[in-house]
Design a protein. Structure first.
Length: 121
């Protein structure tokens, strides 16, 4: 099911990034979009057929990106908005930094092995 949801989303994001840099337009035309999509599919299926284990890569990138998108980016964007509005206080900075540190610590803690939970006592 993820193949039908995630793959088109990834291809859309790549298309937006590539075409906005090359053509300064996110949709330059059907032939260019079809060529990019075909190229991406060849790369995706080539990696899938090669048998490369991407599980560990996804584990680390998911953990790091999850922490950044949840605890770091929103907090620092809010801090920047408060700074721009000149309503930033030292107590607010401390609280926001504490939230970011909490998120980063959770991110780091998930990579520490705690032992094999499949063994019974």
């Amino acid at each position: 099911m993820q193949l039908f949801i995630v793959l088109p989303l990834i291809m859309f994001v790549v298309r937006i990034i590539v075409f906005s840099k090359l053509y300064e337009n996110t949709y330059p035309g059907l032939p260019q979009v079809m060529l990019l999509n075909a190229s991406l599919l060849v790369v995706y299926f080539g990696v899938a057929c090669s048998g490369v284990s991407i599980g560990p890569v996804l584990k680390y990138t998911g953990g790091i990106c999850g922490a950044l998108y949840t605890y770091v980016f929103p907090v620092w964007v809010h801090l920047a908005a408060q700074r721009k509005a000149k309503t930033l206080t030292k107590c607010g900075i401390f609280g926001h930094v504490l939230i970011s540190l909490f998120g980063v610590s959770i991110c780091l803690l998930q990579f520490i092995p705690l032992g094999d939970s499949s063994q019974s006592s």
